[in-house]
Design a protein around this ligand. Structure first.
Ligand code: CP
Length: 320
């Protein structure tokens, strides 16, 4: 299969086969990351700009490392300390960056739709690194990769996503991807933090009983509680949230034996997840981070026009 997308904007747009193709390509790059020399020449001469209008640790560093592992040149742009503070628009900024002969723009922005907007207005390849409440496709992909690593095939795998679903771009990308790969998704959280459009996503089960979800699911993906929500009247208090929806050792005693515990980070330890669970034997949280580099290598490579995974040998080639 040839990946024909110029941009990666979300998982809602992708077919099951396109998602599987990215994940298969990431598997080849994951092997590259185990070599003594963790670098391939696939994107030599390509320039990738990381344009981050919101805070990030994992996504930003992971994209930067992924680009470097592919031998691309990287540029970093942060809105803080830039001409954004003098009133420059998003489009003007990115057009100026593009004028420096940048080939790919990885964008994180607080506005839902920012990556789509750019993709319609610039020639560079655009990759969404998280836009508002909308999507965080590479987080979704790395979560799928991590689950596939364990289960092989996600058809029928039971996955609980716990927390503030309504405001989570990670939840949205996970839901689109999981449903397309045949997983059975359960959403867990307070009614005030459930999105109105669940039926449209293909998710069939919603509950506010965390214990029941832990007992029946093979994976629990714990979302970060966005503490700014506390001031918006969605939740009575942090303590109350942790008491009812916190994944802690007591609840884990009732969980399925080998339940896989995931979290996209950054974590609020002691709120949505107990430190003993985050660091415990069921946690794959740092594996997610490792897999994220391989997944982002695959995304950069394929969006740029990389060769099909089946043609990738020791030389990872470009057909462009
Ligand atoms: N998971 C995630 O998006 O983390 P960062 O905000 O640190 O990039």
């Amino acid at each position: 299969m040839t990946f024909r997308r110029q941009h990666l904007l979300g998982l809602e747009d992708l077919s099951r086969n396109e998602i599987l193709h990215i994940l298969d390509t990431a598997r080849s790059f994951r092997q590259v990351l185990e070599r003594p020399v963790k670098k391939v020449p696939s994107l030599r001469g390509v320039t990738v700009c990381l344009a981050f209008y919101e805070a990030s640790t994992r996504t930003r560093l992971s994209f930067e490392l992924a680009a470097k592992r592919l031998s691309a040149d990287t540029m970093n742009f942060s809105s803080s300390g830039s001409s954004v503070q003098k009133g420059e628009t998003l489009l003007d900024t990115i057009k100026n960056i593009q004028a420096m002969k940048v080939d790919m723009v990885v964008i994180r922005h607080s506005s839902s739709g920012a990556a789509h907007y750019l993709s319609r207005n610039v020639d560079a390849h655009v990759i969404n690194a998280g836009d508002g409440f909308h999507e965080h496709p590479t987080q979704g992909l790395l979560d799928l990769y991590t689950m596939r690593d364990r289960f092989g095939n996600l058809d029928g795998v039971r996955v609980a996503i716990v927390g503030d679903i309504a405001h989570s771009r990670v939840a949205r990308s996970n839901i689109w991807g999981l449903v397309k790969l045949g997983a059975e998704v359960t959403l867990v959280g307070p009614q005030t933090l459930m999105p109105a459009e669940i039926a449209k996503t293909g998710v069939k089960r919603v509950t506010n009983c965390l214990e029941e979800a832990l007992e029946t699911c093979q994976v629990v993906n714990v979302l970060r509680l966005q503490l700014e929500r506390m001031t918006s009247g969605y939740l009575p208090s942090l303590r109350e949230y942790a008491r009812i929806f916190g994944v802690d050792t007591r609840r884990m005693e009732k969980a399925a034996d080998k339940i896989m515990v995931m979290h996209p980070g950054p974590m609020n330890r002691g709120v949505e997840i107990d430190p003993a669970v985050a660091d415990g034997p069921n946690s794959v949280i740092l594996d997610q981070v490792t897999n994220g580099v391989a997944v982002r290598m695959a995304v950069l490579f394929l969006v740029w026009g990389g060769a099909p995974a089946s043609e990738m040998g020791s030389e990872i080639a470009l057909h462009k």
